[in-house]
Design a protein. Structure first.
Length: 297
């Protein structure tokens, strides 16, 4: 990166991408959003409109296009896993070059896909904890009190930029452990809220026995994969989460959109099989969510 305000592209300006891009644009960065023609036209005209609990309401002007047409310093990949392969067509490898690429996707498998597509780029694993929803093209409602990114360092200049914009940032040194730390919370959160069609507060009270069973299974898989996840640590996060918090998978199910079931639940089951860990409750939840999704198509 060449300046203290690196040029940033955002592939997929939905809830997460638009929030990150909007905060960076508000802080003075040049931000280019990559999306379909209709969304790009709205963003060019109206910018990114953010309604946020911690950051307030603001509009940030951004550039927008259907394809990356010039090099940038940083590319955030913030599409859903279900749209990843098609979305990458918007970023030609010869244009991206050796840029820093930060995928903020759920699951484990996306890094291999992106690294294979962009061998010259520096692809750095990242995760984000946030509740943000796109209500219309370019209009984002950020309802959680937090928006915290973890990255596998060192990425000092980008870290400084993200912190100046208002995002929480921490650096990790173990990619697998970082991804599993998120998945150990996200998988039970997504599966249980989607299966029961309810918020996290109801899950941790009315479905607590099932929650504990899933946490035990998934943390056992995470530990077998080399992460230091523990049931108590993940349960503590569940018990601190806002009562009305919903998962993105649940919101997708309610809207009839494709689910990241394979990226989240499927990733856990594949790792469990690879390490010989039994996950009957998790497997049942994955099957129930898949069956409900098929019935609603």
């Amino acid at each position: 990166m060449s300046t203290s305000h690196p040029t940033v592209a955002v592939l997929g300006p939905g809830g997460i991408g638009a929030l990150v891009g909007g905060l960076l644009a508000r802080d003075g960065h040049r931000v280019v959003c990559l999306a379909g023609e209709a969304t790009s036209a709205v963003l060019r005209r109206d910018g990114l409109r953010i309604e946020s609990t911690p950051y307030g309401g603001f509009t940030a002007p951004v550039e927008a296009d259907t394809q990356l047409r010039e090099p940038v310093d940083v590319l955030f990949v913030t599409v859903k896993q279900t749209a990843l392969v098609a979305a990458l067509d918007r970023v030609p490898p010869h244009v991206l070059g050796d840029a820093l690429v930060i995928p903020l996707l759920n699951g484990l498998d996306h890094l291999a896909v992106i690294r294979s597509r962009y061998p010259k780029a520096r692809v750095v694993a990242g995760t984000i904890r946030v509740e943000a929803t796109r209500t219309a093209p370019g209009h984002i409602v950020h309802t959680s009190s937090f928006a915290d990114i973890e990255l596998v360092g060192p990425v000092r200049e980008l870290t400084d930029s993200l912190r100046r914009s208002g995002l929480g940032v921490s650096l990790r040194d173990d990619e697998s452990a970082m991804l599993w730390d998120k998945l150990a919370f996200l998988a039970p959160f997504a599966l249980l809220t989607t299966c029961h069609r309810t918020d996290v507060g109801t899950v941790r009270t009315e479905h607590r026995a099932e929650l504990l069973a899933v946490l035990d299974e998934i943390t056992a898989v995470a530990q077998a994969a080399g992460a230091a996840a523990s049931t108590d640590a993940v349960l503590s996060f569940f018990d601190r989460a806002p009562q009305t918090m919903k998962s993105s998978m649940q919101r997708d199910a309610e809207a009839g959109r494709p689910l990241e079931l394979d990226a989240i639940g499927g990733a856990v089951l594949r790792a469990a099989a690879a390490h010989g860990v039994g996950t009957p409750v998790t497997a049942r939840l994955v099957a129930q969510v898949a069956r409900a999704a098929r019935q609603e198509v």
